[in-house]
Design a protein around this ligand. Structure first.
Ligand SMILES: *Cc1c(COP(=O)(O)O)cnc(C)c1O
Length: 448
C-alpha cells in the first residue's frame, strides 16, 4: 500500500525555527523611519511590539529556539500530516507525484496559529495584558483569539467590514475563544472615524484595519499589536511547516522538484519554502512557485520599493513589492490574499529570482478546489485553491515527465462554503486588476 499520510511523533515537532534572512543573497533592506528616511531601530517599534519579537524581527541568527511552552501548545495539532495526493494525480492522469502539507489540521483551520501562539507567548512573558489586531477573512483573528485565550490575554480584533458582514461564523469562532470583535472602519479610533466620515459605506480593507489596531495599541499602556503575516518574525515561526515537511519527505525517500504556496502576505509560502531554499542556495535543484490572485497581483504587477504597511501610514517603510498602501481590493473576490504588499523576505527572494511568482484567476482556482474536494476529500480554503491550481498546472504541463510537487494546503474551507455556493451559482467572476489601476494605486508611494 502507498504511504498516503506521513505522520511524525509529537517529539519530532521542530525545536528551532529557521531564519532565512542571513541566507538571502544581497540581503534585506532595513525598515526606514518614515520621518527621517533613516533605518529604524527597535526603540520606536517597542511601543507596539514586545522586545523579544523585535529581536527576532532584526535577528541575523540562522536558528531561533522554540520555547517548550510553545511546542507544548503546538502539540495540540502539530506535527501536521504530509499527504500524497494520489487520487488527484489519478484524476489528472499525470506521472507527477503530488504531496501536500495539511495546515488545515489546526484548531482554527489554517497555518496562522503557528505564529499566533508564539506571539501571544512572548507578549505574555513581557507582561502585556491585551493584544489588538486586524483580520481580513477572519482566519488571523481566529488564530490570535485561540492563542490569547491559551495565555490568558485579552484580544481585540478589527475585522474588515465586508468580511464582518459576510462571515458570521468566523465572528462566532472568535467569540467562542473570548475575543472582542468590531467591524473596521469603526468609530472607536480617530482613523476609523476619519474614514467613515469620507465614505460611510466603505467595505474596509486590511490596510485600514491595521491602522486602527495600531492606533489602539499605541494608545494603551497594557496593549500591544500583533500582525498575522508579512513581518520577518511571522515568517520564521511559519518555518515549522517546511521543517516538518522535509523530515516527512525524507521518510518516504522523496525530494520536491517544485515547492508551491499561495501568497497573501507571504507567510505560509515562505514557511514551507524557506527550509528548501536553504538547500537550493547550497546547490540543490528546486523550483519555488508563489501564487497570487490576478485580482491582487502584488508580485507580478506591483513595484519593488519602500511603502507603508497600512493606509494611515503608521508603519515603518518596508522594502517590498506593493500595489500602493491605499489599494482597496475589488469586493467581487471571494478569497483572502488581498493585502496590498508582500513580505520583505518573499519580495527579496522574488527580486533575486529564487521565487517565481505567478497569478491565477479565481474561477480556475475554485475549479481546482472542487476537483481536490472530489478526489482527496478535503474542501480547501479559497486561498489554498491558488496553490492547488498551480500544482495542477505543473502536474499537467508534461504529463509523462516524472516530477515531485509539494504544496502547502494552508487551510480548509469549511467556513468558506458561502464562497463555494457563490461559485456554483455562477456569481463569482474573474477580475484582472487593470494596469491603469496599478499605476493609479502606486501614485502615492512615499518618496525615498
Ligand atoms: C491568511 C491565509 C493565507 C494568506 O496569508 P499568508 O501570510 O500569505 O500565508 C493563505 N491561506 C490561508 C488558509 C490563510 O488563512
Amino acid at each position: 500500500m502507498l504511504s498516503k499520510k506521513i505522520i511524525l511523533r509529537d517529539d519530532e515537532i521542530p525545536t528551532q525555527w529557521y531564519n532565512i534572512v542571513p541566507d538571502i543573497p544581497n540581503g534585506l533592506q532595513p525598515p526606514l523611519d518614515p520621518e527621517t528616511k533613516e533605518p529604524m531601530g527597535p526603540e520606536k517599534l517597542a511601543v507596539v511590539f514586545p522586545m523579544s519579537l523585535l529581536e527576532q524581527e532584526m535577528s541575523g541568527e540562522r536558528y531561533i529556539d522554540i520555547p517548550e511552552e510553545i511546542r507544548e501548545i503546538y502539540s495540540i495539532w502539530r506535527p501536521t500530516p504530509l499527504v500524497r495526493a494520489d487520487k488527484l494525480e489519478k484524476a489528472l492522469n499525470t506521472k507527477a507525484k503530488i504531496y501536500y502539507k495539511y495546515e488545515g489540521a489546526s484548531p482554527v483551520g489554517s497555518h496562522k496559529p503557528n505564529s499566533a501562539i508564539a506571539q501571544a507567548y512572548y507578549n505574555k512573558k513581557e507582561g502585556v495584558k491585551r493584544l489588538a489586531t486586524e483580520t481580513g477573512a477572519g482566519q488571523w483573528g481566529s488564530a490570535l483569539s485561540f492563542a490569547t485565550n491559551k495565555f490568558g490575554l485579552e484580544c481585540k480584533v478589527y475585522m474588515v467590514r465586508i468580511s464582518f458582514d459576510q462571515k458570521p461564523y468566523r465572528k462566532a469562532m472568535m467569540h467562542t475563544y473570548g475575543a472582542e470583535i468590531i467591524a473596521s472602519p469603526s468609530s472607536e479610533t480617530a482613523f476609523g472615524r476619519s474614514v467613515l466620515e469620507k465614505d460611510p459605506d466603505t467595505p474596509g480593507s486590511l490596510g485600514i484595519a491595521i491602522s486602527e489596531a495600531l492606533e489602539d495599541a499605541a494608545g494603551r499602556e497594557d496593549t500591544k499589536y500583533a500582525l498575522g503575516s508579512v513581518l520577518n518574525h511571522v515568517i520564521h515561526h511559519q518555518t515549522v511547516v517546511g521543517l516538518e515537511a522535509k523530515k516527512q519527505m525524507e521518510i518516504v525517500g522523496d525530494y520536491p522538484d517544485i515547492v508551491i504556496g499561495c501568497c497573501g502576505g507571504g507567510s505560509n509560502f515562505a514557511g514551507i519554502a524557506a527550509p528548501y531554499i536553504a538547500d537550493y542556495l547550497a546547490g540543490k535543484k528546486v523550483r519555488f512557485v508563489g501564487v497570487e490572485p490576478a485580482s491582487c497581483p502584488t508580485l507580478t504587477k506591483g513595484v519593488y520599493t519602500y511603502d507603508f504597511g497600512d493606509v494611515a501610514q503608521l508603519t515603518p517603510l518596508l522594502s517590498m513589492y506593493t500595489l500602493g498602501h491605499d489599494f482597496i481590493p475589488p469586493g467581487i473576490h471571494a478569497g483572502g490574499l488581498r493585502y496590498h504588499a508582500m513580505s520583505p523576505i518573499v519580495s527579496a527572494l522574488v527580486r533575486e529570482k529564487i521565487i517565481e511568482p505567478i497569478s491565477v484567476r479565481q474561477l480556475e482556482c475554485f475549479e481546482a478546489g472542487v476537483l481536490f474536494a472530489r478526489t482527496e476529500g478535503i474542501i480547501p480554503a479559497p486561498e489554498s485553491n491558488h496553490a492547488i491550481r498551480a500544482a495542477i498546472i505543473e502536474a499537467t504541463k508534461d504529463k509523462n515527465e516524472p516530477k515531485t510537487i509539494l504544496f502547502n494546503l494552508s487551510g480548509h474551507g469549511l467556513l468558506d462554503l458561502g464562497a463555494y455556493e457563490q461559485f456554483f451559482s455562477g456569481n463569482l467572476k474573474n477580475y484582472d486588476y487593470p494596469a491603469e489601476a496599478v499605476a493609479e494605486a502606486t501614485k502615492n508611494l512615499p518618496k525615498i
